[in-house]
Design a protein around this ligand. Structure first.
Ligand SMILES: Cc1cc2nc3c(=O)[nH]c(=O)nc-3n(C[C@H](O)[C@H](O)[C@H](O)COP(=O)(O)OP(=O)(O)OC[C@H]3O[C@@H](n4cnc5c(N)ncnc54)[C@H](O)[C@@H]3O)c2cc1C
Length: 395
């Protein structure tokens, strides 16, 4: 395009901020509108594979990330009762050599603040708080973002990065009902000083049990252990990330599991155990109108069973920037963007859902048989981690 369009972004989560940094870096004028009164993220971990990390490095974030990430050596799948490793996928140097960037574990608040700093370095006034997007109007001349306080903000393109309950998606697609998966997720962060010395190696450990699995890894240079427990649960549909639940219920959910899991749960702060419902939504057939598109969880919310939700948002941001750069008009750019992203993100969402079955067989024999039929390292190498948003041909 001869003059770079002005981009409005609804939502300052990992997706909205990465998109803002990427677009500002490429010379666009960007304004981000965040509903919350202050910027921040919940206390929890996130894994980022090379397909996201190379985009973050391209934004100049390597130094900041290196200070706070943990680089796991391997991804281990274990039997819940014995701890036996039934399949292992190398990470560490192997991942970096094969895919051009490391696999990292990071506290959500750390990646969020690194992105906020980057965006503010590029434009100190880019992010506006207390700015809840309620919808939009568009015509051939531009798009207007409507805010809950009555303000109307004009721009050329609008990106809905307003998460799983997106108002922008609602306007494009109507109110899509969420389907409760029958699973809830527990989260707890355990300071290492509460655990035995040299308790666990720096790996991602996925403990697989009947109707239930748990994911465990270190954060903040090994100072904190992140525990996420994925448990079958009837009648709980609350999606919020900040709902505290009784520690006794967490303990009961993991009764009979290996002593390692008991040690972790026993060391958790009893007043800091959170639980939320995991919902699924049908994949969207399209994301864009002439001047409005979606990105991250607003476009493709996913179960966390491939650890790719934020990774997809980061990839989206990079590809969207390239599409706007490559096309002569906004409509073509948004078409190119969704055409190049829908198939991949739908596959990730579907494979994430399918992993619930793989990780949660009712008996150890079934679990072992299911893993024996799969080579997870080979599968993910083939299509998942090898994706390069910076260079993939856009067609
Ligand atoms: C248990 C669990 C573990 C996970 N682990 C991983 C992992 O290891 N790796 C990974 O890649 N992903 C993981 N994810 C997924 C990841 O957290 C999400 O995919 C990611 O946070 C999506 O980012 P987003 O910016 O699209 O949305 P969000 O993070 O939801 O951000 C949306 C932002 O928009 C704001 N907002 C909402 N509504 C409005 C509005 N109307 N107007 C303005 N602003 C608004 C919100 O306040 C928020 O700041 C996990 C998810 C869960 C549940």
């Amino acid at each position: 395009m001869s003059t770079k369009p002005q981009v409005l972004i609804a939502g300052a989560g990992i997706g909205g901020l990465t998109a803002a940094a990427s677009l500002l870096n490429a010379g666009y004028t960007v304004k981000v509108f965040e509903a919350a009164p202050e910027l921040g993220e919940v206390g929890a971990g996130i894994q980022n594979s090379a397909n996201a990390v190379k985009v973050l490095y391209h934004l100049g974030l390597k130094e900041a990330l290196d200070k706070v990430v943990v680089r796991p050596k391997a991804y281990n799948f274990r039997v819940h009762s014995t701890g036996e490793v039934i399949q292992s996928m190398p990470l560490g140097e192997s991942h970096e050599q094969r895919f051009g960037a490391p696999y990292v574990q990071i506290h959500r608040a750390d990646i969020h603040s690194i992105l906020v700093d980057k965006v503010r370095e590029l434009d100190p006034n880019c992010i506006e708080l207390n700015a809840q997007a309620t919808g939009f109007e568009e015509d051939e001349n531009g798009v207007t973002l409507l805010l809950a306080d009555g303000r109307r903000i004009s721009g050329d393109v609008l990106v809905g990065a307003d998460g799983i309950k997106s108002n922008i998606r609602k306007q494009i697609h109507g109110d899509q009902p969420a389907n409760y998966t029958g699973q809830v997720a527990w989260r707890a962060l355990i300071p290492v000083e509460n655990l035995p010395e040299n308790f666990l190696e720096a790996n991602v450990d996925v403990w697989c049990g009947p109707g239930n699995h748990a994911v465990i890894y270190y954060l903040r240079g090994g100072e904190v252990l992140n525990f996420v427990g994925l448990v079958a649960h009837e009648g709980w549909t609350e999606e919020g990330w900040t709902i505290k639940c009784p520690w006794e219920e967490l303990k009961a959910d993991y009764e009979g599991w290996h002593p390692t899991i008991q040690t972790i749960i026993d060391a958790a702060d009893k007043d800091q155990c959170y639980r939320w419902a995991l919902n699924n939504r049908a994949a969207l057939p399209f994301w864009s109108t002439k001047r409005v598109t979606l990105l991250g969880d607003s476009a493709h919310p996913t179960l966390p069973y491939l650890a790719q939700g934020a990774v997809m948002a980061i990839e989206d941001s990079c590809v969207l920037t390239r599409c706007l750069d490559q096309c002569d008009n906004i409509g073509d750019a948004l078409d190119l963007y969704q055409r190049n992203r829908i198939e991949r993100t739908t596959r990730i969402v579907n494979e994430s859902t399918a992993n619930a079955e793989l990780f949660q067989h009712s008996s150890e024999d079934e679990l072992k048989a299911a893993f024996a039929a799969r080579n997870i390292d080979k599968e993910r190498t083939h299509w998942l981690y090898s994706y390069d948003a910076l260079n993939v041909e856009l067609v």
